[in-house]
Design a protein around this ligand. Structure first.
Ligand code: NAP
Ligand code: 3JN
Length: 341
């Protein structure tokens, strides 16, 4: 650990995830000696406050990474494909929030509560991948059950907030709601193929040849990689819902050995990164509006799946921009500086 602190670059600093990266670095007291905020040429001139000081955004170029120790990327996959290897070659450790490297064998895909040991493999390429937000919150909740009784199959349906599609989608939901309340004849529909206000779209990212969306297949592949278990069956349905922050998930699992609802509750009550919210008498269960702005992954509605011998249902909710992106990345950076840099 460097006592003087680290030079940290945030690539995509002006975006929904980038803004949260800056806030998370500050909130967690990450030892930042130098902060480099990088985005497109469009954002040059914008400034952000970090720990009481103003920082100007610079244009991302090949020369942006000289002297940088840690580069947090969230400017989209095509930017990461080009610039993450450049950052790594100039000596930075890249923590990449995009899909660009997640499934590459020599790039660790890390959720600190689940597979922190995988971080050691960063040395191979100088890149660590952050999983997709929907995968992260699911594996945080399932890890203690996986360790206790094994998991054979996962059936997950997601209810994903618009902030997962970036700032323009947050604006679009707001504008559509206002237009509907003002009884305007035309709705602005630019980000999604359909109206998102008061609607549910079973369509996140592009559709693939097998009929699944890419978001659904990210959950399938990433879960197997994080648990280092190709034998788990995973099937997903990803749905965009008119919520600003907080992804919710209905998660059904079939375990190898029997586990009771009370045992799952006990595991959740002491699982790292999890908060058990499960009190039906008080109408307490995880809610997106309560998860928003929180670090914890909320787990509740724990029930036995009575249709099979070893089945459990859970409702899992987390702030997709925090634990789903920025917080997970900063937690990885914290382990990196504590154990490796
Ligand atoms: P956003 O709000 O639309 O922000 C996009 C960011 O990328 C902005 O800072 C933008 O800069 C920057 N950017 C775009 N084109 C650029 C270029 N040519 N050069 C440099 N910077 C460029 O999107 P977001 O929600 O923050 O998401 C950004 C990316 O993070 C996504 O594409 C995705 O890959 C990843 N992400 C991951 C998760 C996850 O599950 N882990 C969740 C959400 C997002 P300007 O403002 O200058 O255009
Ligand atoms: O839609 C969501 O709720 C999460 C979105 C994630 C996302 C958005 C655009 C591009 C990703 C991602 O993290 O997988 C990507 C991408 O990097 O491919």
């Amino acid at each position: 650990m460097k006592s003087a602190g680290y030079s940290v670059a945030v690539v995509g600093a002006t975006g929904a995830v980038g803004n949260e990266m800056i806030a998370t670095l500050a909130a967690r007291g990450f030892p930042v000696a130098e902060l480099r905020l990088l985005a497109s040429a469009r954002s040059v001139g914008k400034t952000y406050e970090f720990k009481g000081k103003e920082y100007a955004v610079a244009e991302l170029t090949e020369d942006s990474f000289a002297g940088v120790d840690i580069a947090l990327f969230s400017a989209g996959g095509s930017i990461s494909e080009v610039f993450a290897p450049i950052a790594a070659a100039s000596g930075a450790v890249v923590i990449d929030n995009t899909n660009a490297f997640r499934m590459e064998e020599d790039v660790p895909l890390v959720v600190p509560e689940v597979n922190p040991g995988a971080i050691a493999d960063y040395k191979k390429r100088g890149i660590i991948a952050n999983p997709n937000c929907s995968t992260i919150q699911m594996v945080v909740a399932l890890k203690p059950i996986y360790d206790e009784v094994g998991i054979r199959r996962i059936v997950v349906s997601t209810y994903q907030a618009v902030s997962g599609s970036g700032k323009k989608a947050i604006d679009e939901l707001e504008k559509q709601v206002l237009a509907l309340f003002n009884q305007e004849s035309e709705l602005p529909v630019n980000v999604y193929p359909h109206q998102i206000a008061f609607n549910c779209l079973p369509h996140i990212d592009v559709f693939l040849e097998n009929g699944y969306s890419k978001e659904e297949m990210k959950m399938v592949r990433e879960t197997k990689k994080i648990f280092a278990d190709d034998g788990i069956g995973v099937t997903a349905t990803a749905v965009r819902v008119p919520v600003f922050y907080g992804h919710s998930e209905s998660v059904n699992i079939e375990t190898d050995e029997k586990i009771t609802v009370d045992e799952v509750r006990e595991l959740m009550a002491r699982a790292p990164g999890v908060e058990l919210v499960d009190d039906l008498a008080e109408n307490r269960y995880p809610l997106a509006v309560e998860a928003a702005g929180q670090d914890a992954t909320l787990v509740g509605r724990i029930r036995e799946d009575e249709s099979i011998a070893n089945g459990i249902n859970l409702w899992v909710v987390a702030d997709n921009i925090r634990k789903g992106a920025a917080l997970n990345a900063v937690q990885i950076a914290e382990i990196l500086i504590r154990e490796y840099l």
